[in-house]
Design a protein around this ligand. Structure first.
Ligand SMILES: [Zn+2]
Length: 461
């Protein structure tokens, strides 16, 4: 697939992919991308042919950094060998190798992304891929790659290169702090965030969790990210950021094109018995047990699919989907988005990521008739023996119980978690049926006309 169809066919595009450069201790792969992009432009005068890509991978794998986000930079320029050398040093020096980072770095020099890479990228969204598989694909496609420490990041590095984002996609403007400020409290005017959120709706998302009244644009840890504004186009996200009028002097910002908010991890349907631990996906199924509430307010119920395979589904309280899930009844037909996990009792369980109620089972229950004289509910005299009023002793014969349709208090439709419980890939409610179409020319114009990177201070942090 030729996603990057350029006039200058002589020089090939260089795709630089990397992942797992950070640790839970701080630092961040997007920050490294920001520093590297700045050097590539200033020192090597390269042209970017797409926005830097921030690609989130399967959020349900246990071995991952915080956000499980990989980066790809697609550039055209000269001195590719020098660029590679510089990038290798950069990853080596900047990654948090002492604190658990296992970076992978890959260089791919082609104008057309191979099908191998595209398919690896698709699989990386919802499956668990080994470094060995990634290495095999890299060798087959003549991709130069580098592993640091255990090199798990190679999977993400290749997945980012192979992610063409030629369907739905979003943007994020990420602002970075100066080194002196890292670790200090971020001062953000909540009122402004709320106002800008209202003004920019529905073109930005997940700025606030209104139920918890929490601002979601900024992390809390000691990492270099000051804040990130996610949305539908780079102009709106950057304007939002600008209008926040942050007091702190920042190092700069960069705009990423991303698969965040697209549910790219929830696309494949597999039968229940074939679902592997730590994979993500969707399943159409039928509720076969009444939901029960367990400790912590979480909910468990069992489902079966068309093959009569059975698995438990867990709904966690912070998703706020427990209230809806608790109202499910046996034989309700649903579709769920899930992350498959292994619980302490060694049982494979599907953690609910969204709930689509397709068909509610009609539930009928039977009631004794009311007394014709005083209106009191009658008591049964035994099977086929009629009813008697407990108050006035009036007897009713030749009448059967009255069938009543239970009011389900539940509507068919889509239920997704509150923003605070979203994964990076979770599609916000308003984005359903508003997915973006890919327009290469439009993106390329946006890239030309947007100040997508701005960096004040030079060099490494
Ligand atoms: Zn009566």
């Amino acid at each position: 697939m030729n996603i990057l169809n350029h006039k200058d066919h002589d020089k090939k595009i260089l795709h630089i992919g990397f992942d797992d450069t950070d640790s839970t201790n701080g630092r961040c792969t997007t920050h490294l991308a920001y520093l590297l992009a700045d050097i590539l432009i200033k020192k090597f005068k390269v042209n970017f042919i797409d926005f830097p890509l921030l690609i989130r991978l399967n959020p349900n794998i246990p071995l991952k950094t915080r956000g499980n986000g990989a980066v790809c930079l697609r550039i055209k320029g000269k001195e590719y060998e020098k660029i590679k050398e510089e990038t290798i040093h950069f990853i080596e020096n900047y990654s948090d190798l002492e604190n658990g980072a296992n970076p992978g770095l890959a260089f791919y020099e082609k104008n057309v992304i191979s099908n191998d890479l595209i398919s690896l990228s698709r699989n990386a969204m919802d499956m668990v891929l080994s470094r060995q598989i990634a290495e095999k694909i890299a060798r087959k496609n003549n991709i130069k790659y580098y592993l640091f420490k255990k090199g798990y990041g190679l999977v993400g590095a290749l997945a980012a290169i192979g992610c063409t984002l030629n369907k739905d996609h979003t943007y994020e403007t990420i602002a970075y702090r100066k080194k002196v400020n890292i670790g200090t409290t971020r001062k953000i005017d909540e009122y402004k965030v709320k106002k800008l959120n209202d003004e920019s709706f529905p073109f930005t998302f997940n700025n606030i969790d209104f139920r918890k009244n929490r601002i979601l644009i900024a992390p809390h840890g000691p990492d270099p990210v000051f804040c990130g504004i996610r949305g539908e186009d780079p102009i709106t996200t950057s304007l939002f950021f600008k209008n926040l009028q942050i007091d702190e002097e920042l190092d700069g910002h960069m705009i990423f094109r991303s698969n965040q908010g697209t549910n790219l991890h929830l696309t494949n349907e597999r039968r229940l018995s074939k679902i592997l631990p730590f994979t993500s996906g969707i399943i159409n199924c039928q509720v076969i047990t009444k939901p029960i509430i367990i400790q912590g307010g979480h909910i468990i119920f069992y489902v079966k699919d068309y093959f009569n395979d059975i698995l438990p589904v867990a709904v966690y309280e912070p998703t706020r989907l427990t209230k809806v899930a608790a109202l499910l009844e046996i034989d309700d037909k649903i579709e769920i988005g899930y992350g498959a996990h292994i619980k302490s009792n060694n049982v494979k369980t599907l953690n609910l990521e969204y709930l689509l109620i397709k068909e509610l089972k009609e539930i009928i229950y039977f009631k004794n008739p009311k007394c014709e004289k005083c209106g009191k509910k009658t008591k049964s005299e035994g099977k086929n023996k009629g009813f008697q009023c407990p108050l006035c002793k009036n007897k009713i014969k030749n009448v059967s119980k009255i069938a009543i349709k239970k009011n389900r208090d539940l509507k068919c439709g889509l239920y997704i978690p509150d923003p605070i419980a979203h994964r990076h890939l979770t599609k916000p409610l308003y984005r359903y049926n508003n997915e973006k179409k890919y327009n290469k020319k439009y993106i390329s114009d946006l890239l030309k006309n947007t100040r997508w990177i701005s960096k004040n201070s030079g060099g490494l942090i």
